[in-house]
Design a protein around this ligand. Structure first.
Ligand SMILES: NC(=O)c1ccc[n+]([C@@H]2O[C@H](COP(=O)([O-])OP(=O)(O)OC[C@H]3O[C@@H](n4cnc5c(N)ncnc54)[C@H](O)[C@@H]3O)[C@@H](O)[C@H]2O)c1
Length: 662
């Protein structure tokens, strides 16, 4: 059967052969055994509704075994036999080119070279799911193959509810992931409703089909590391950056450290994750012994080397060792998956990797105690370094939040806030998001490297033109991104689809997209799929991350993210998504994104102008209303450029006047 035929077949009438458990790939850890017997019955009943009644007797014991063995029902048997990766757009069986583009993006998210736990349909972040099971995957692909530009596919947390009549300017797909009644949004609620098969954690770009491998995060991390050293007032050369995690997102850190030009030490407990990143050339050296690590780092500092080192072991050991050895850490952070602390996101110090996996499934209470002990020790070691001058920042992984919940010494003196800033509070927010700069990205749908090169050239030209007349406030941003894109090809950043990322503001995004659309209309390049990370100006409300530099009290609201996805959907997005959870944990964030197919037509030009303008300026308006200086500047500039934009600006109160009252 060809790849196309297998897609069109959907869920096969005749059961495919069972798939042996592939021990060569990185699998999701066994999830918490949270369901009671009645709920387990319900989970099985829910799973069986995907299949004809005749096969239920045969499938039931198999699905029950999956539930018991893995804590979830993945339906491994239904994983397709073809290789999953981003083929060129013309290869998909589809009536709608837009739908074919979405298939390409879904397959990229599940490509074993891209995805963290491909067999469990997890793209990154330990639990960032594209689908809950392989039946959902098969049904979705079949719907996409059948749909026309007069229909919209509705996705409920990985489950394709169906095709509904719409119109050609409507999104082809509307995705919601993990949306809950707010009171049912604790970590255990995720475990329960995911095990029941009725909800999933979509992370950010996993459940919205917009992941482009670690390149996306390499760029953001490079900017963060560069600006971190700028904050310290020193050059990255010979400076030491210590962090952890070589997983989906975190795996970008050593590469970003190399691009920024410093020494990076990244601890990782999982040997498979190390092997992946090392074999991809994302980290230079692997060291398993702490003494050897300390000696190697001392040498690197002495020689001012640019080098990245993976330490196979626990990050807490590194912080403690470097303290006892008096190794000066300049920048410090952490990218363990603390948005998911009890199910494999954070491995406690003093316990082997294997033992930790066993404990989290068999004795979750004891595991939790160990994680919290480890977090307290972790924070103590960091505190010793910051007392000696290390600049430590939370990297959007809920480290400070979970450490504080564990009772770690991590709060400010008056206990009202954390002792350390998040990278958004200090760097991303005031320097990028407030000015509208955020992670704009594109994928060349032809799958050709040559197209990516041409789009890079077009983007450089646009940014260089913009820089000529740009105000002082955004010159550095434009310059950093021109430099980035010029060296992007040489840094071999592509893993999976032919994709590129850079930070641009609304004007930059619109002009770059326009240049692409024109090139497509002249047949110079194939179709281009635009998108962005959810971690952006307007897409995400997350009080400890994207909106942590909002100080008017509104950072615990989620109006911006919801407005954003609604606004994108009627301004021409090809697909939209809105998620509960992503980055910092379920119930802690609402985030959304979009995808937009450019086909070189006038309609595509209209859509991109209208949608991209809104997609950035919505967040700037909100940030400006919160009295953020950069955003006030940026929204005034946007109103000058577009007379139809009218935003009320905040009046600033004299603090002395307020002080007379309270
Ligand atoms: N900085 C950002 O912009 C940004 C963006 C997206 C996500 N994040 C957050 O960063 C975190 C990491 O994301 P990811 O995709 O890399 O997750 P991941 O689960 O793929 O990787 C985390 C890695 O940390 C390792 N690890 C866990 N505990 C450890 C310990 N004590 N010592 C050493 N290694 C340990 C795990 O084995 C895993 O490989 C997540 O919480 C994610 O939400 C940050």
């Amino acid at each position: 059967m060809t790849f196309q035929e297998e897609i069109l077949q959907g869920i096969p009438k005749q059961l495919p052969e069972p798939k042996p458990y592939n021990s060569k790939v990185n699998h999701a850890p066994k999830r918490k055994d949270i369901l009671n017997p009645q709920e387990k019955k319900l989970a099985l009943k829910n799973a069986l509704r995907y299949f004809d009644k005749e096969v239920h007797p045969q499938l039931l014991p198999e699905l029950k075994e999956e539930l018991e063995r893995f804590g979830r029902i993945y339906m491994y048997r239904f994983k397709p036999s073809y290789r999953i990766f981003a083929r060129g757009i013309d290869q998909y069986p589809a009536k709608s080119k837009q739908a074919a583009a979405i298939m390409l993006m879904i397959m990229n998210n599940l490509d074993p070279n891209v995805a963290q736990h491909p067999d469990e349909l997890i793209t990154y972040g330990g639990n960032g799911a594209v689908f809950q099971n392989w039946a959902q995957y098969r049904l979705t692909l079949q719907f996409l193959a059948e749909m026309t530009d007069e229909q919209t596919l509705v996705m409920y947390s990985g489950h394709p509810m169906g095709l509904f009549p719409s119109h050609k300017n409507a999104p082809r797909v509307v995705v919601t992931n993990g949306m809950m009644i707010p009171n049912y949004s604790s970590a255990d609620h995720w475990e329960k409703f995911n095990a029941l098969g009725v909800s999933q954690y979509g992370q950010m770009t996993a459940g919205s089909y917009m992941y482009i491998g670690p390149q996306g995060i390499v760029h953001g991390t490079t900017i963060t590391v560069l600006n971190g050293f700028r904050k310290l007032g020193r050059s990255p050369k010979g400076g030491l950056f210590v962090t952890s995690g070589l997983g989906g997102m975190s795996g970008a850190q050593p590469k970003a450290g190399n691009i920024a030009g410093c020494i990076t030490v990244c601890a990782e407990v999982n040997p498979k994750a190390i092997e992946t990143r090392h074999s991809q050339g994302w980290v230079d050296i692997v060291i398993k012994d702490l003494d050897e690590l300390a000696n190697r780092v001392k040498k690197a500092i002495q020689n001012k080397e640019v080098v990245s080192i993976a330490y196979q072991g626990n990050i807490v050991e590194v912080w403690e060792k470097f303290d006892s050895q008096e190794i000066k850490i300049d920048l410090g952070s952490d990218q363990t998956s603390l948005h998911n602390p009890w199910a494999g996101g954070y491995y406690p110090v003093g316990v082997t990797f294997e033992k930790a996996q066993e404990l989290m499934a068999k004795d979750s209470d004891q595991f939790k105690v160990l994680v919290q002990q480890s977090l307290r020790r972790h924070a103590d070691a960091i505190n010793k370094h910051t007392a000696k001058g290390t600049y430590f920042f939370d990297y959007g992984n809920a480290f400070l939040l979970e450490a504080s919940r564990a009772g770690a010494d991590i709060m400010s003196e008056d206990g009202s806030t954390f002792r350390y800033p998040s990278y958004v509070q200090d760097i991303m927010g005031p320097m990028c998001f407030d000015f509208g700069f955020g992670p704009f990205r594109w994928v060349c749908a032809s799958g050709k490297e040559e197209d990516l090169r041409k789009t890079d050239d077009l983007a450089i030209k646009v940014l260089e033109d913009l820089k000529k007349d740009a105000p002082e406030e955004i010159q550095q941003q434009l310059q950093d991104n021109i430099h980035w894109i010029k060296s992007a090809e040489e840094n071999r950043l592509v893993v999976g689809s032919q994709a590129r990322i850079l930070y641009a503001d609304a004007l930059g995004r619109i002009k770059i997209a326009e240049a692409f659309n024109k090139a497509i209309s002249k047949n110079e390049i194939g179709f281009v799929i635009l998108g962005r990370d959810h971690h952006d100006v307007s897409g995400t409300d997350s009080p400890y991350r994207e909106t942590s530099n909002i100080y008017d009290g509104s950072r615990f609201t989620a109006d911006m993210a919801i407005q954003n996805v609604i606004g994108d959907s009627f301004r021409g997005a090809t697909w939209v998504s809105i998620h509960n959870g992503g980055g910092v944990g379920w119930g802690e964030v609402i985030n959304g994104g979009f995808g937009m197919v450019l086909d070189g037509t006038k309609e595509a030009s209209n859509r991109l102008q209208s949608m991209l303008f809104w997609d950035v300026n919505n967040g700037i308006a909100r940030r400006s209303w919160a009295r953020n200086k950069g955003a006030e500047f940026a929204i005034k500039r946007a109103m000058e450029a577009e007379p139809n934009l009218k935003v009320h600006l905040p009046n600033h109160v004299d603090e002395d006047l307020l002080d007379t009252i309270i």
